[in-house]
Ligand binder design. Structure first.
Ligand SMILES: [Zn+2]
Length: 108
């Protein structure tokens, strides 16, 4: 019986290394590191309680969310423009607003 070696043939489609370009590090806007922002959020948490103002969730990290986002001209330090949200509600809201902003940009 003849023994035949399997031959490796090159793939028809070249592979591409997608991991070459590293993602840019997330940049935190200076306002979110400022003592004014941190003080405002501390006061709002004390006044309103440490719970999500949308779903009522407690016992989790609470984010200060700009109702009218800074990119859209929202007031950065106006308590009336800030809602306290859990991570899930904050991510969902941010994604919805981003999608609307992108759609509006594309239809201009
Ligand atoms: Zn929530």
């Amino acid at each position: 019986m003849a023994v035949r070696k399997l031959q490796c043939i090159p793939p028809a489609v070249r592979s591409v290394r997608t991991g070459i370009a590293a993602a840019l590090p997330k940049q935190t806007k200076a306002i979110y590191l400022s003592p004014e922002w941190r003080g405002l959020i501390s006061r709002l948490l004390a006044q309103r309680g440490r719970r999500c103002e949308v779903c009522g969730r407690t016992g989790c990290r609470i984010f200060g969310d700009h109702i009218h986002e800074l990119k859209d001209g929202g007031a950065p330090l106006d308590p009336g423009n800030i809602r306290l949200l859990c991570g899930s509600c904050h991510s969902g809201k941010t994604a919805r607003v981003r999608a609307i902003r992108t759609r509006e940009t594309l239809t201009r």
